[in-house]
Design a protein around this ligand. Structure first.
Ligand code: NOJ
Length: 570
């Protein structure tokens, strides 16, 4: 009896172990490119569009806002395309009502935006000053969204660190950011948490760390190769965990919201899925990307492969400790599990193969990975140089997340495609194709069992695209940046996305093909509008410059004439 019980238990444990290890294994060889799947999303699936403060608000120095690292960075020469800045951008700060009407046009369930830290805390330090005008702006935005039944999904940090914190402490290189960020987050929970139930601590910390502190392409523009990004990421992860705990202990009971983080990750596909070296290289690529942040948050520590590679290379360079910082065991348990939902930003895919970078030539985050990235020249790339359309990579990434992190609740926080600046084409059939195929792969992932609850098209409007300035347009709506009123025009993809939302997916082939036809029909009319736009700007120039000048001249001439008459009389 005892023995059979024990055997029974052992079998049970064995089955459990087998199940667990099966659940944790991602199948690298299962890349089947299925055909288009017609079907709908689960009831209650949330459809949205997104933006971020620095990219859309403008009003960079208005109503008591302090400077952010992006204000300072873009005002230096040579940092962005054509020295573009976000000074006025879409003037979103003044256009809440207009933009909400665009969201209503799409019938969005949610809108994702970010709060500019220096707009509500000019120096970044709560005890210095809270800018009530800035607080009110987000109050109004949240209220208006809710009034229109649009759920706000709010990001606390979309890269615009207060400049004072950069200058005084070195920004994310400094551990003190953790408390400053926690104070900022606490103020947001205090002021907005009665209405906001979805919080994202950080947006794409990979970019903030790598492009901000390793390559210097983004603000604050530091090039601390091989160490800067790791250090910044280390503090960001701790800051995220601290804010999650603050919410958990002080606000959750009362406010009943959720706190997550939004991680961006390209998918890495082995060049040869039968080659173990390629598989390992591809996995490294993904672990150094999304795994860098997700593994500590879900499992308590950095991915083993990062610890191994960076540790080994650091030792070869004669360093006493790894360039990758370590978490104490207390920190590990504090960080583990600090995610109510995972935000996923995804745009593109790369083929990956193994490539050794000798550590004696100095190290960077990139050379630490020992990989080479390749693209298939047949992949479409209508806009940003880095953005190839590879829809199946999306399903692969989502399945990878499911297997690695215990099938967390996911919100897609960014997905979309750009076009080049000079393209004033509103008939964006390539964007329609991108959304159609990527959203379809997400639907397939949901059928695979991935727990995706919502999707955010990136982005609602064309906007300031960081170091690329205004040269890359991601919007569903075209923004004419030359016109000071920043008018918005719907691209054809608005009509298409609107129908996906209305039908909660793709009902059948005939219907979906019809959508595309209808979408491109309407856009030709809007194109005429846009073509007429230079005329509008010309008219504005006439009223603003020519009319006042002519009037002044008339007054001057009359005055001279009058003086002449008076003199004659005398
Ligand atoms: C990710 C960033 O979070 C977002 O701000 C940017 O617009 C997109 N990438 C596209 O580059």
């Amino acid at each position: 009896m005892m023995l059979s019980h024990r055997v029974g238990r052992a079998c049970h444990v064995l089955v459990l172990v087998l199940c667990l290890s099966a659940a944790e294994d991602f199948d690298w060889s299962a890349n089947n490119h299925d055909s288009f799947y017609y079907g709908t999303f689960p009831n209650g699936f949330s459809w949205g569009a997104g933006s971020s403060a620095y990219q859309t608000e403008g009003a960079w120095d208005k109503d008591g806002k302090g400077l952010s690292i992006w204000d300072v960075f873009t005002h230096k020469k040579g940092k962005t395309f054509l020295n573009d800045t976000g000074d006025s951008s879409c003037e979103g700060y003044y256009r809440i009502k207009d933009d909400i009407s665009l969201m209503k046009e799409l019938n969005l369930n949610h809108y994702r935006f970010s709060i500019s830290w220096p707009r509500i805390m000019p120096t970044g330090i709560r005890s210095d000053h809270v800018n009530e005008k800035g607080v009110k702006y987000y109050d109004a935005l949240i209220d208006d969204l809710l009034e229109h039944n649009i759920t706000p999904i709010v990001t606390l940090y979309h890269w615009d660190l207060p400049q004072v914190l950069q200058e005084k402490y070195g920004g994310w290189q400094n551990i003190s950011m953790i408390n400053y960020f926690n104070n900022f987050a606490s103020l947001c929970f205090e002021r907005y948490g009665d209405r906001v139930k979805h919080w994202i601590t950080f947006n794409n910390p990979w970019s903030a760390a790598v492009e901000g502190y390793e390559t210097g392409e983004h603000a604050p523009g530091l090039k601390l190769r091989g160490t800067g990004a790791y250090r910044a990421a280390h503090h960001i992860i701790k800051a995220h965990a601290k804010v999650w705990h603050t919410y958990d202990t002080q606000w959750r009971n009362k406010q009943r919201g959720m706190v997550g983080i939004s991680l961006s990750g390209d998918w890495g596909e082995p060049v040869d899925i039968t080659n173990q070296k390629d598989i390992e290289a591809a996995e490294r690529y993904v672990q150094f990307y999304i795994g860098w942040f997700a593994t500590p948050i879900f499992h308590g520590d950095y991915p083993q492969v990062m610890k191994d590679f960076i540790g080994r290379k650091s030792a070869q360079q004669g360093l006493g400790t790894s360039r990758l910082p370590t978490f104490s065991s207390q920190e590990k348990s504090y960080i583990k599990g600090t995610c109510d939902f995972l935000g996923v930003g995804h745009f593109t895919t790369r083929y990956i193969t193994q490539k050794n970078f000798p550590s004696n030539r100095g190290s960077t985050y990139f050379s630490d990975r020992d990989i080479a990235e390749l693209v298939d020249p047949r992949w479409p790339d209508p806009g940003s140089e880095w953005l190839y359309s590879v829809p199946w990579g999306f399903r692969r990434l989502l399945n990878f997340i499911k297997t690695q992190y215990g099938n967390p609740m996911i919100f897609i926080t960014e997905n979309g495609v750009s076009e080049k600046m000079l393209c004033t084409e509103l008939c964006d059939d390539w964007r329609i194709q991108y959304y159609k195929d990527y959203i379809n792969e997400m639907l397939k992932a949901i059928r695979d069992g991935v727990n995706v609850k919502g999707y955010t098209a990136w982005s609602l409007l064309d906007k300031f695209e960081w170091d690329e300035g205004y040269s890359e347009r991601f919007g569903l709506y075209y923004v004419d940046f030359r016109n000071k009123n920043k008018p918005r025009y719907p691209k054809a993809s608005v009509q298409f996305y609107k129908r996906i939302i209305k039908f909660n997916g793709f009902p059948n082939q005939r219907e979906v093909e019809n959508w595309k036809r209808k979408a491109t029909e309407t856009c030709s009319t809007s194109n005429q509008l846009l073509a007429a736009d230079p005329l509008t700007s010309h008219m504005e120039m006439v009223t603003e410059v020519v009319v006042p000048t002519v009037c002044t001249l008339c007054i001057l001439i009359s005055a001279v004439f009058l003086m002449f008459l008076l003199r004659k009389r005398n």
